[in-house]
Write a protein that binds this ligand. Structure first.
Ligand SMILES: [Zn+2]
Length: 403
């Protein structure tokens, strides 16, 4: 968790801890006010505050002094579980979880669940919190059973479906994740076919790893039927045909991908840069590369094209692709270095010198290749679901205009 601190009465206070404390304060204050109201004689009486109240205030002071351990001890003494103090108890559990003391958080939820006087809604919330505790503690199977129980008790709880779906993704149970996502789409009335397509694609990728090509193909076809724009599904379908040695078909599928989603063309070209097939294949691949070189591609794709051409000893086409990349992104250091090396090998010392001078002029740390349109995360890894904001299809290749 990110530590956010505030200046409070001259002290640095951890923000999440302060929020939990305010909840605790509200809960306990409500409890005592409630008790006062319930007393038949509400005339003010001079009396010493109850022990639990004093312990609670002590806990609050500890939080302000950033002494969370002592604060937790004090709160634990202050709070006697009952329907009036339940909010405080829940907040205390959350404070344990935030501190990473999962065992204690779990015990709090379990004690709420075992309590007879607590209403069903509160118990359901404690059960949900227990699932989150298990997840955070890494007890994924227990978390799964807990959220299943929440859904059994409350079949309309969208948040429990979402948690369960995420856990199925984490345990690579793609079929179940897919079915849960269908339920989520139904309950939320959101048309998120792209997510369903990704889940089918992930399932296909696992099948491909164990050479179950027919099953994988069925999943990929389903993915593309759900969302014809699913880049990963098309990429993988091409890969599947390539692995089955049906290269003509693979190239036709990738060609379609390059035409419809040119910003992702570099992923296709990268695959071809990594593998050089037999002479017959290579002729086919070369004609594919020459075909897409005539299209409007971004600098990343041009750089990958240059690598492909270079591997196939097409120096003229390599240079052309590199120059197109550099026209779009003058500070693309990789392209500049490669061009300099080619010119040097060709004996064009003047040209090489020019490129290296330009390289020095534009020298700066390379920008990350992808960024998330939703949360701004920058990364060099291709990911279809943002690891920070957990949204699908928000990571995009960076373009020179993004700088
Ligand atoms: Zn994001």
């Amino acid at each position: 968790m990110d530590e956010i601190t505030l200046q409070f009465w001259g002290m640095n206070v951890n923000l999440p801890a302060l929020l939990v404390t305010l909840t605790l304060l509200g809960g306990v204050a409500g409890y005592y006010l409630g008790r006062r109201k319930l007393r038949p004689d509400s005339s003010p009486k001079p009396s010493s505050p109850p022990d639990s109240y004093t312990a609670f205030l002590k806990g609050f002071q500890y939080i302000l002094a950033n002494e969370t351990d002592q604060a937790i001890e004090a709160f634990s003494r202050a709070v006697q579980i009952s329907s009036e103090t339940i909010e405080t108890y829940v907040a205390l559990g959350n404070l344990f979880r935030a501190k990473g003391e999962i065992d204690r958080a779990i015990r709090i939820r379990q004690s709420i669940l075992l309590r007879q006087k607590v209403d069903q809604e509160t118990k359901l919330r404690a059960l949900f919190d227990l699932g989150v505790d298990y997840k955070q503690g890494g007890f994924l199977q227990r978390a799964i059973s807990t959220f299943e129980e929440v859904i059994r008790r409350a079949p309309q709880r969208l948040d429990a479906y979402a948690e369960l779906e995420a856990l199925c993704e984490a345990t690579r149970d793609w079929q179940r994740a897919y079915e849960l996502q269908q339920q989520i789409c139904k309950l939320s009335q959101k048309d998120e076919q792209n997510i369903l397509a990704h889940l089918k694609t992930e399932q296909a990728k696992d099948e491909m790893k164990t050479d179950n090509f027919d099953t994988a193909k069925a999943h990929l076809k389903k993915a593309l039927a759900l969302c014809s724009d699913c880049v990963d599904a098309r990429l993988q379908l091409g890969e599947l045909y390539w692995l089955k040695n049906k290269k003509k078909k693979a190239l036709a599928i990738w060609k379609k991908l390059v035409q419809s989603n040119s910003q992702w063309a570099h992923l296709v070209v990268q695959r071809l840069a990594e593998r050089v097939g037999g002479p017959g294949d290579d002729k086919r691949v070369l004609s594919f590369l020459e075909g897409i070189a005539r299209q409007e591609l971004n600098a990343a794709a041009q750089l990958e094209l240059a690598r492909c051409f270079m591997q196939r000893d097409r120096r003229e086409q390599t240079q052309q692709a590199l120059r197109r990349a550099l026209d779009m992104e003058p500070d693309l250091g990789e392209a500049r270095k490669m061009l300099g090396a080619i010119l040097l090998e060709d004996g064009d010392h003047e040209g090489a010198l020019h490129e290296y001078r330009a390289l020095l002029k534009h020298l700066r740390p390379p920008a990350k290749q992808y960024y998330c349109r939703h949360c701004g995360l920058a990364t060099d890894e291709v990911q279809w679901k943002c690891p920070k904001c957990h949204r699908w299809d928000t990571l995009c290749p960076r373009t020179s205009s993004d700088d």
